[in-house]
Design a protein around this ligand. Structure first.
Ligand SMILES: Nc1nc2c(ncn2[C@@H]2O[C@H](COP(=O)(O)OP(=O)(O)OP(=O)(O)O)[C@@H](O)[C@H]2O)c(=O)[nH]1
Ligand SMILES: [Mg+2]
Ligand SMILES: [Zn+2]
Length: 320
């Protein structure tokens, strides 16, 4: 029986959501005064009223408190029945959506796997670029999974060469035929990983094949070529000593609160060129003598990525 938990102290306002992606990690972190008397559990999934957790190696449910926000991957303090507080988080994945604002997705991550489709939904480089900017800023290693290789459209794998050039590992897989999964599994065993990306790319299908799960999957829409947002909760599954986390597909990775001058961190292939720019404070937009722009124009670096850089920098600069 879930224990009735005490009401919040009077006058305590509901915690405001963070406004910047970069503030999301500390959202609702609260260490109880009696933490030394409590046990620590790892959150696998937040069901709302309760959380599914790992406590001493066993899967259990704990009652959530409304004012203590928890996400998959959180370490929480508990008396064995109720979540009493959240431990300070390590690296997190947060996202921004116009309707919902900044959302904390999962916590205490070692890496992010962005799952893309080699067929439908179509590959969107701009989407990858945004993930890369966020992950480089928070220092979370990112890798790309190019799934549905069994029906790959022509030239799609080569479009990822720009990312390989930027030091990003790419894994070609087919959840349907089971190819490329050993390499992917080796990568997942390196640390706690979240799989993220567009709806319909095959995140849940990959975990079903890899871990023998029965997560719901749904065909993409024949009318739009897009996924149907089948997965609605962020849920972690143990894989060896680590967790692998399935998450709902997203439409756009917004970069709310990212300082414009940090955008360049998502474009490490610019780095060796920057010192050739005429002006030391070159932002690599229209400045004269910009070596980055010159390299993009002659194809030494990806023109598409350079254009995305300019777009991102302009859009973030306008907001401040
Ligand atoms: N041909 C092919 N189809 C695949 C593969 N992996 C997944 N699919 C199909 O793609 C569709 C979407 O798969 P899901 O696993 O639901 O995709 P998801 O990324 O979890 O989608 P959301 O939960 O909406 O974010 C399903 O019809 C799958 O059968 C693959 O490797 N090859
Ligand atoms: Mg899914
Ligand atoms: Zn420049």
């Amino acid at each position: 029986m879930p224990r009735k938990h005490p009401k919040r102290p009077p006058g305590k306002v509901r915690r405001r959501r963070p406004e910047s992606l970069l503030d999301a990690a500390s959202w609702g972190v609260r260490e109880p005064a009696n933490k030394d008397e409590l046990r620590v559990a790892r959150v696998l999934v937040n069901f709302g009223v309760e959380s599914g957790v790992l406590l001493d190696g066993e899967e259990r449910r704990l009652v959530n408190r409304r004012h203590i926000p928890v996400v998959a991957g959180d370490y929480v303090y508990t008396d064995g029945e109720v979540v009493e507080g959240v431990k300070p988080r390590g690296k997190v994945l947060a996202r921004y959506a116009e309707e919902a604002g900044v959302r904390l997705v999962a916590a205490n991550l070692d890496q992010v796997g962005v799952v893309c489709s080699a067929s439908l939904p179509p590959l969107q480089e701009g989407f990858l670029d945004r993930y890369l900017v966020y992950c480089r800023i928070v220092d979370l290693p990112l890798f790309i999974v190019l799934n549905k290789m069994d029906e790959a459209s022509e030239g799609v794998a080569e479009r990822l060469d720009a990312y390989r050039g930027a030091g990003v590992d790419v894994y070609g897989t087919s959840a349907l035929q089971g190819t490329g999964l050993e390499e992917l599994e080796r990568r997942l065993r390196r640390g706690d990983t979240i799989l993220s990306g567009l709806s319909g790319a095959g995140k849940s299908s990959l975990l079903n094949t890899l871990l023998g799960l029965d997560l719901p999957v749904q065909e993409i829409s024949t009318a739009t070529g897009k996924g149907k947002h089948t997965t609605t909760t962020v849920e972690a599954f143990p894989l060896g000593r680590h967790l692998v986390i399935d998450s709902p597909g997203i439409k756009l990775f917004g970069l709310a609160g990212v300082p414009p001058e940090d955008v360049v961190k998502g474009f490490p292939e610019f780095e060796p060129l920057v010192e050739e720019c005429r002006f030391p404070d070159c932002r690599h937009l229209e400045e004269e003598g910009c070596a980055v722009r010159a390299a993009a124009e002659v194809g030494r670096i990806s023109l598409l990525r350079y254009e995305h850089y300019c777009m991102l920098l302009r859009s973030l600069s306008e907001k401040v």
